[in-house]
Design a protein around this ligand. Structure first.
Ligand code: NAD
Length: 268
């Protein structure tokens, strides 16, 4: 299966090159970089720091050519680029696996529109562990009930641009589903100054940005006399890239639609 990487010069993009080059059944068919990027024309193997022979494919800024040559594209870029690439994928009939976070409602609508024509896998986190955690969080929220206050905290590296992380919001959505409440109405994203007592039933979010933390998430359900704490720590970004390439392989011969990593892993 021909797999290309959009955002191939980025932190995740370089990991995706490695994952696509090494996965059984995958052939690295292209890499898309930003127009005028210093990576333009660089061999993808060199870009990803892979020792040994060259990939024989270089970074390109011709999005249409990259999409046409691929069966699936793994996209870890920015929300604006993801929305544009979703429309392009629908046009070229290329499956899309997107991990970009921080999408606005308009960006998300573009992804959902594309999913009417092609298979799209979208996940805020492609690791097996986090996808298992999403299920555990939903079950815990359902079993423990409204007497247990829910707080989600996350920590990421200093260069991350969106907050709370897509994974923290996905955990919030899973917890809200378990509790049968609307996340948008019940989430408390920031607390500062004299905030008054905790809003009953709220789902709170706390954010840390520091150093080179790959990604850490904790869910706390705090009851009157006990606390349940569930968590995940990613030790290496490669886990997300390997999961995304697994998702790309999974799209082969799949009907159009919007799928999650939990669908890919068969967890639902
Ligand atoms: P990054 O800034 O290192 O990489 C983004 C890359 O996209 C950059 O190289 C940039 O030049 C490139 N880009 C910009 N415009 C482009 C265009 N028009 N065409 C092609 N490439 C273009 O960021 P990152 O740390 O790799 O993260 C990227 C995204 O992935 C973020 O939204 C992040 O939150 C998300 N992410 C998701 C997961 C997951 O498992 N879902 C894991 C890690 C990061």
């Amino acid at each position: 299966m021909n797999i290309a990487v959009a955002g191939c010069a980025g932190r995740m993009g370089r990991m995706l090159i490695r994952a696509a080059a090494e996965a059984e059944g995958a052939r690295l068919s292209g890499g898309l970089c930003a127009p005028g990027s210093p990576a333009l024309g660089a061999d993808l193997a060199g870009l990803a720091g892979l020792a040994g022979s060259a990939a024989g494919v270089s970074a390109s800024d011709d999005a249409e050519a990259v999409f046409k040559a691929a069966d699936a594209v793994c996209d870890f870029t920015t929300p604006e680029v993801t929305a544009a690439l979703a429309a392009l994928a629908a046009k070229t009939g290329t499956a899309l696996v997107t991990g970009t976070t921080g999408l606005s409602a308009a960006h998300q609508a573009a992804v959902e529109q594309a999913a009417q024509k092609i298979p799209v896998v979208q996940a805020a986190n492609y690791s097996l562990g986090v996808n298992v955690l999403l299920g555990l969080a939903e079950r815990a929220a359902a079993a423990l009930g409204p007497d247990y206050d829910i707080e989600v905290s996350e920590a990421h590296h200093r260069r991350k641009v969106d907050a709370p992380s897509g994974t923290a919001l996905a955990l919030g959505a899973a917890l809200a589903k378990g509790r049968g409440i609307d996340l948008a109405a019940m989430s408390e994203r920031a607390r500062d100054g004299v905030t008054g007592p905790r809003k009953p039933g709220a789902i709170g979010f706390a954010v840390t940005r520091a150093g080179d933390i790959v990604g850490e998430h904790t869910v706390m359900l705090a009851g009157p006399k006990e606390r349940v704490i569930l968590g995940h720590a990613a030790a290496d970004r490669q886990t997300f890239a390997d999961g995304a390439v697994q998702a790309a392989l999974w799209t082969q011969a799949r009907a159009p639609g919007l799928y999650s990593m939990r669908d890919v892993l068969g967890l639902d």
